[in-house]
Each structure stands twice: as structure tokens, then as C-alpha cells.
Design a protein around this ligand. Structure first.
Ligand code: GDP
Length: 504
């Protein structure tokens, strides 16, 4: 005779499967990348496309998502926003962002890029679709939770297995490299004057944290564009701005040094440990570990613009980011969280800055940037792909006659107010043809310092590209006055990789 508890267990299992059936399948998609990588623009465009794909105002127009199969095959029935799943996470401000892109109250001249990601937020979409003939016929639903969070937060994961002394040592070493030394001089100068054994005082801690943060920020500035700069919350504090949890900095100490409990070193260590326990761990446990799929956006063009040191730094940072995806699979972090991410897409954003002849080269550069790290994640069974895309395409292409020479490939758009190329200063109102130059065919070229590479003296002219930032495109409207989703490059390919198999 079956035990009563077994029957109860069975009943519960059946009930749960009924709930699953009625609720349909569910995917939590993480969208991350370092600040300004393009997360906000990507999510806004993605929602705009998914909610409007089947709208009557698009009927008779060319399908903007030909590679997204469920739609190309005519099986997508609808995409609609749904109420927020988690009460304690802010909602992704899709409507505000869309209004910024289109221009408030339809005033296209006031259009601008939306407010970038500063903290975690999420939004739920429900996609209804028809299954492929032969499988379960009828209407089905996929609930898609999109979770937007700063990539800087992922860079904190390695801290969990580092002591304060270890982290201090590494931070000083990184800050003293040729590229960073001038930026960190003030902080290092201050730290050198402070005795780690001296009695703790809040003013010193505050000043050290401030100078350390200023140094990290300087590294992020456009001309340097360094990427690997933990702790993540120092650059992207989210709701912790100004909080004591962020009032610490590395000290010049050694791993085996011993300090009195009321010393500067002991207090800094306590705060560092508190940061790990109360900021880093909860993020990984409560948010990161629940993701099923992940897209990592990378502004490779900004790093290219800043030069080889920035590219090498980006490679390091992406390696750290990927450590997060491997964590929990049979290493010290398994006890903390177990990511179940089975697909990761790396996307080089803003491909519309380049002529399409360079898109594959941009992809090749991203491949190269992530190759070593990807080999390690593929080992743990996640499927990985790399793509160059523009979530919102702000340019169109043209061939411009060279004066007497061959025709040149250009992109045409409205450069942002204040952008410049050489002597030319743009006012944000006028269209201009930009010759971005060609990315090198050999992706390795962008990691080498031409000045320091005696083997390749000809390299300097190979790396000849210029990018300016453009204003968003002028929104187009359907005959009924409704906004059409913005033009894009390869957004549909990204959608197919991230969701296609869940919509068959
Ligand atoms: P986040 O910090 O990752 O949220 O970055 P955003 O999504 O706010 O993007 C930062 C900036 O990059 C925007 O303000 C735009 O200037 C630019 N950008 C982002 N995506 C695109 C794109 O698809 N095309 C172009 N031309 N610019 C983009």
C-alpha cells in the first residue's frame, strides 16, 4: 500500500506540473556589460521589437526580424508586457527610455539616448506563439524576464576568494603599471603616508576611499577606457552611493601581517569583508544564480579607440566576467550559488558606427577578446556565441567618391553635439558622412602597441579607424501614426540565439 506521504508528494508534483503547464515556459535573460556598453538601448529595442512584431501597423512592411524564426515562420502571436515579477527589484523604465529615443511628445528634434543603467532592474514579457506543426499544436506561452545589471558587479566575484591583503597587493600592482601609474599617483601618494598600524580614523578611511574611487573613475575615462576595475560598486554603486559599505580602500600590507583590532588595517579589512558578505554575495545568490540565459554587451569600439592597453584590459575584464559563469561548477563557490546559464552571447555593440564590410572583422576581434575565456565556459556545457550588432541603428551607408582616388565606404548620421574629427566640430544638427576606416583583417593587430612592436613596423597605418558618436535615428511612424521599432543590425540573430530554441 502506498504511504500517505507518497501520495501527497505525487499530488503535489502533479499540481506543480499543472501550474507549469498553465504558466508555460519561463526564461530569465540577464543583460549585462560594463557601463555605456549599450544595455539600456539593447533592452529598449528588444522590447520594442517583441511587443510590436505582430502589430497591425507593421503589416505589409518588410519583416525587420527575418532571422528570428518564430516570427519569420508566422508563428508569433503576440508579445506583451506583464506585471513585474519581483517586488523588491526596480522595473526597467522601458516607456521613459522609448520616449527619450523617439523625442518627448513626438518632438523628434529633442530625441536623445536614454539614461544608462546604474543598478539592477527587470521587466517581464509574455510571448504567445504557435508551435511548429507536428509538435504540441495550439497556442503556447513563454514568459521572458529580462534582468538588466551592471557588468561591473560581476567583476566582484573574484573578490570572494581573496583576502583583504591579497586584494590590496593586486590593486597596488595594477595601479603601478605604466598605463595606470599616472592616474593612481595621488591615491598611492596618500596611501604611502598612512601607517596601516595606526589607530583607525574615519577621515583617513573616507579620504583613501575617495582617492581610490577617483583613480578608478579616471581609468574609465574615454581616453583610457580601462575595464578591469573592481570593486564594482565603487564605479556603479546602485543604491549604495555614499554608504559606509563603500568606505574602504587597499592598503600597502602583506598577507601575513598582523594588526591590532583598532588599527586602520583591521577596520579596512572588516569593511572589505562586509562588502563581500552584504553586497557581493547577495547579488550572486539572489539575482545572478537565477539566470537561464545571458547576453554580455561589449563596447569594443570604445576600447579600440583608446588603444591596445585598453584592449588588453578589456580582455582581462571579460575573463573575470566569464569566471562568474563558470563559478559554482565544482569549485569553492558551489556552496554559494550554482548558475544554470546554458547560453551566453557576447555582443559587440554599436556596429552601426562601421560600414557593414567591417562587421565580420568586429566579430573576429570580439572572438579574439573572449577566446580563452570561452574555451573554459564551453567546458562546463554552456553554449556560447559571438556577434556584432547595433540594437538601434543610427547611421546608413554610402559610397563617396574619393577625389580622383577609389570610392570610399562611409556611414552617414548626425554626430552628437560636441563630437569632433580633427578640426571638424559637430553641432548635433547636421548630417555628416564619416569614414570610420577599416578594422584590421588580423584581430591580433589591435592588441599590439605599434610603437612597441619592432616586428611589425608597418602596423601603425593598419590601425586607422575613427569613430564618432551619433544621435539616435529619427523615429519613423506607420500610416496610423504609431511608432515603428527602430532599425537595427543583427538584433534578430541575437534573439534567435537567446530564445529561438524555446519558441519551436
Ligand atoms: P549602458 O550603460 O550599458 O546602459 O549603455 P547605454 O545603453 O545607455 O548606451 C550608452 C551609449 O552608447 C548610448 O547613450 C549611445 O550613445 C550609445 N549606444 C548604445 N547602443 C547603441 C547603438 O545600437 N547604436 C549607436 N549608434 N549607439 C549606441
Amino acid at each position: 500500500l502506498p504511504l500517505f506521504s507518497d501520495i501527497l508528494f505525487e499530488a503535489r508534483a502533479v499540481a506543480q506540473s499543472l501550474v507549469d503547464l498553465s504558466a508555460g515556459a519561463h526564461v530569465r535573460l540577464g543583460v549585462t556589460g560594463l557601463s555605456r556598453a549599450g544595455k539600456t538601448v539593447f533592452i529598449t529595442a528588444l522590447i520594442e521589437h517583441l511587443t510590436k512584431a505582430t502589430s497591425p501597423s507593421l503589416r505589409g512592411r518588410k519583416n525587420p526580424l527575418p532571422v528570428f524564426r518564430v516570427h519569420a515562420e508566422g508563428r508569433l502571436i503576440s508579445g506583451a508586457l506583464e506585471p513585474q515579477p519581483d517586488d523588491n527589484v526596480p522595473r526597467f523604465a522601458y516607456e521613459d527610455h522609448m520616449e527619450a529615443l523617439a523625442g518627448p511628445d513626438g518632438r523628434v528634434e529633442a530625441r536623445r539616448w536614454p539614461q544608462s543603467t546604474r543598478r539592477i532592474s527587470e521587466l517581464r514579457l509574455r510571448l504567445e506563439y504557435q508551435q511548429k506543426a507536428g509538435l504540441r499544436p495550439g497556442r503556447h506561452a513563454l514568459t521572458l524576464d529580462i534582468v538588466d545589471y551592471p557588468g561591473e558587479w560581476l567583476l566582484d566575484l573574484p573578490l570572494l576568494s581573496k583576502s583583504f591583503a591579497q586584494w590590496s597587493k593586486e590593486s597596488f600592482a595594477a595601479a603601478s603599471t605604466a598605463a595606470r601609474a599616472p592616474l593612481s599617483a595621488q591615491w598611492r601618494g596618500f596611501a604611502a603616508l598612512k601607517d596601516a598600524r595606526a589607530k583607525f580614523n574615519e577621515e583617513d578611511a573616507r579620504r583613501a576611499a575617495e582617492l581610490f574611487t577617483t583613480y578608478l573613475r579616471a581609468c574609465r575615462a574615454e581616453e583610457y577606457n580601462f575595464s578591469s576595475l573592481p570593486p564594482g560598486r565603487f564605479l556603479m554603486p546602485g543604491d549604495l552611493a555614499g554608504s559606509p559599505a563603500l568606505t574602504f580602500a587597499p592598503l600597502a600590507i602583506e598577507p601575513n601581517d598582523i594588526f591590532a583590532p583598532d588599527s586602520l588595517a583591521a577596520m579596512m579589512e572588516r569593511r572589505y569583508e562586509a562588502y563581500k558578505a552584504h553586497v557581493v554575495k547577495p547579488f550572486f545568490r539572489d539575482h545572478f544564480s537565477r539566470l537561464d540565459r545571458q547576453i554580455v554587451l561589449v563596447d569594443a569600439l570604445a576600447a579600440l579607440n583608446a588603444g591596445p592597453a585598453a584592449m588588453r584590459d578589456l580582455e582581462l575584464a571579460l575573463g573575470d566576467v566569464l569566471t562568474a559563469f563558470r563559478a559554482g561548477r565544482g569549485n569553492v563557490l558551489s556552496a554559494l550559488f550554482r548558475p544554470k546559464i546554458d547560453r551566453i552571447l557576447f555582443a559587440a555593440t554599436k556596429a552601426d558606427h562601421l560600414h557593414h564590410t567591417s562587421h565580420d572583422r568586429l566579430e573576429a576581434i570580439l572572438h579574439h577578446l573572449t577566446a580563452r575565456a570561452i574555451a573554459r565556459v564551453e567546458n562546463v556545457g554552456a553554449e556560447v556565441d559571438v556577434i556584432a550588432l547595433a540594437a538601434v541603428r543610427a547611421t546608413r551607408e554610402a559610397r563617396v567618391n574619393g577625389h580622383g582616388g577609389p570610392a570610399l565606404e562611409a556611414v552617414i548620421g548626425v554626430p552628437l553635439d560636441g563630437e569632433r574629427i580633427g578640426d571638424e566640430l559637430f553641432d548635433g544638427k547636421t548630417e555628416a558622412a564619416i569614414f570610420p576606416g577599416e578594422l584590421p583583417a588580423d584581430p591580433r593587430a589591435v592588441f599590439r602597441d605599434p610603437a612597441h612592436d619592432p616586428r611589425r613596423p608597418a602596423l601603425a597605418h593598419e590601425i586607422d579607424y575613427r569613430f564618432v558618436r551619433f544621435r539616435p535615428p529619427v523615429a519613423t511612424r506607420a500610416a496610423d501614426g504609431s511608432l515603428l521599432p527602430p532599425p537595427h543590425i543583427r538584433l534578430d540573430r541575437a534573439l534567435q540565439f537567446l530564445l529561438g530554441d524555446k519558441l519551436t
